[in-house]
Write a new protein. Structure first.
Length: 229
């Protein structure tokens, strides 16, 4: 990834990000590195999409009459290490002698150890921020809404006590919802109750086993509906 093709959105985005906290491509004054990138652009970037690059372009344009006198050697390739990308390579047109040189030459100012250390510090800080943001993004827990039928022994079963017993079950990831008594015949009514569960935390089978432990009230229970939220 780099400034190798500044006529694409990807290349302009990298340039725009690079200039977010900088007035020049490198260092604290205009240099041949700025000239190389300026010429590669073929025109001012869209200020609405790339405000930092557009600001920089307008500023460097004011140096056009001085391009030849700016510090640096425009015939050489440059390498910049930045906070937003592992390596950004500027690859302006090279003189024939430069094409024979297989080794990249650091961007002007790269001998400035203090500046290199500052760039490395900023890169590490932004990488750490990115890692923290990534770690903080967790997927929402998968949940299901379930409707249970809880059947009593007979028409003499205390349905108020039965429902209270069922709702007394507490689990992390379990939320009891609305309920109703549904007639099944011969004066017997069953409890129909809704609940929401986090799938990774609550087993419906285990929940039914716990409900069955209220044997004074409960004959059996059945899942009559289940759907993902």
């Amino acid at each position: 990834m780099g400034f190798t093709d500044l006529l694409t959105d990807a290349g302009l985005t990298v340039l725009n990000n690079w200039l977010l906290t900088r007035s020049y491509i490198t260092g604290y004054s205009a240099s041949q590195a700025d000239v190389a990138v300026y010429k590669a652009l073929k025109g001012s970037p869209d200020a609405a999409k790339y405000p930092n690059a557009a600001r920089w372009y307008k500023h460097i344009a004011s140096y056009e009459d001085e391009f030849a006198t700016l510090s640096g050697d425009s015939s050489k390739p440059y390498t910049v290490y930045g906070p937003d990308v592992a390596e950004v390579t500027l690859n302006p047109a090279k003189a024939p002698a430069a094409e024979e040189d297989d080794e990249d030459v650091d961007l002007f100012g790269s001998d400035d150890e203090e500046e290199d250390a500052e760039a490395a510090r900023i890169r590490e800080e932004r990488l750490e921020e990115y890692r923290k943001k990534k770690e903080g993004k967790t997927k929402p827990a998968a949940k299901s809404i379930v409707t249970l039928d809880v059947k009593p022994w007979d028409d003499e079963t205390d349905m108020v006590a039965l429902e209270a017993a069922v709702r007394s079950i507490e689990k992390e990831g379990l939320v009891w919802g609305g309920s109703q008594l549904v007639a099944v015949g011969f004066g017997i009514k069953k409890l129909q109750i809704n609940l929401v569960v986090e799938d990774d935390k609550v087993s419906i089978d285990e929940l039914q086993e716990q409900i069955a432990e209220f044997e004074d009230y409960v004959q059996s229970s059945d899942v009559i509906a289940m759907q993902k939220l």
